[in-house]
Design a protein around this ligand. Structure first.
Ligand SMILES: Nc1ncnc2c1ncn2[C@@H]1O[C@H](COP(=O)(O)OP(=O)(O)OP(=O)(O)O)[C@@H](O)[C@H]1O
Ligand SMILES: [Mg+2]
Length: 249
């Protein structure tokens, strides 16, 4: 099993002197290529901070992060930006689509910035849209589609350049239960059909039940871990739900 992501003794400290708090407090974990991992934990437990460090948006105070064999701290700022563009895809709670661009242009953005050929871009956009079932949205603007459709558009945008790892922070945070289910089926498809490794922060046991493993954070530390050994999403959901309550989620 190839470990595509490894963190060792990761620490992120905010504040100075007496007020210093380790928001991420010596966190070590491995992520295997092809895994779909969820991260849960109470509000303020350091989930977003952890994800921001792994995704190169923020930098840790100490410790190491290895992605696809590269030590992130050893990269120069320009190399970091390039590494992020080529290896990572992001999905945020608020979709972050560009209102002035059509759905197909939003999806194509990273390929356009890479100056790919027009025909190639159109082909890639059509492929991913058809895989994710959003073909009919391509000519619309973000204000003409629903929240769920916006988030599936954001999924297509995040994976069109075939990133090694897809990172999502509360991707269903603004969605109703039906759109959440469709979004999680989309994540499953991305994981299984494209082989993309996924790390997703969520408060929702239902969402986490679509993943293969759940890490529970408390006060910046690993509190517990669950794997889906049931071959049943529903049984895994029950287990995650109980563990989340025990943790005070
Ligand atoms: N830039 C910052 N400066 C100081 N403190 C910060 C900063 N960012 C986050 N924190 C603090 O670090 C802690 C962890 O924040 P983080 O956003 O990682 O939590 P979280 O687990 O994602 O919570 P939530 O579930 O509410 O999103 C919180 O106490 C927060 O106030
Ligand atoms: Mg957060």
């Amino acid at each position: 099993m190839y470990m595509i992501l490894q963190t060792r003794n990761l620490v992120k400290t905010y504040g100075k002197g007496e007020n210093a708090v380790n928001v991420v407090d010596g966190f070590s974990f491995d992520l295997a290529e092809g895994e779909f991992l969820s991260v849960m934990g109470p509000s303020g437990s350091g989930k977003s901070t952890l994800l921001n460090c792994i995704s190169t948006i923020d930098s840790p105070t100490s410790g190491s992060i290895l992605i696809n064999g590269k030590e992130l701290q050893s990269l120069k700022p320009k190399e970091t930006a390039r590494f992020r563009r080529e290896n990572l895809g992001f999905i945020f709670q608020e979709y972050n689509l560009i209102d002035a661009l059509r759905v197909k242009e939003n999806i194509a953005l990273s390929l356009m910035l890479n100056r790919e050929r027009k025909e190639k871009i159109a082909e890639e956009v059509n492929n991913i849209a058809s895989l994710l079932g959003i073909d009919s949205l391509l000519d619309k603007y973000p204000y003409e589609i629903s929240g769920g459709e916006k988030q599936r558009t954001a999924c297509a945008r995040a994976v069109i350049h075939k990133p090694k790892i897809l990172m999502a922070d509360e991707p269903s945070g603004a969605l109703d239960s039906h759109s959440t289910k469709v979004l999680m089926e989309t994540f499953s498809k991305i994981n299984k059909k494209l082989g993309t490794t996924i790390i997703m922060v969520t408060h929702d046991a239902f969402c986490a039940s679509y993943s293969g493993r759940v890490l529970f954070l408390k006060d910046g530390k690993l509190f517990s871990e669950l794997k889906n050994v049931h071959n049943s999403r529903r049984a895994f959901y029950e287990e995650i739900f109980k563990a989340a309550i025990a943790l005070g989620e």
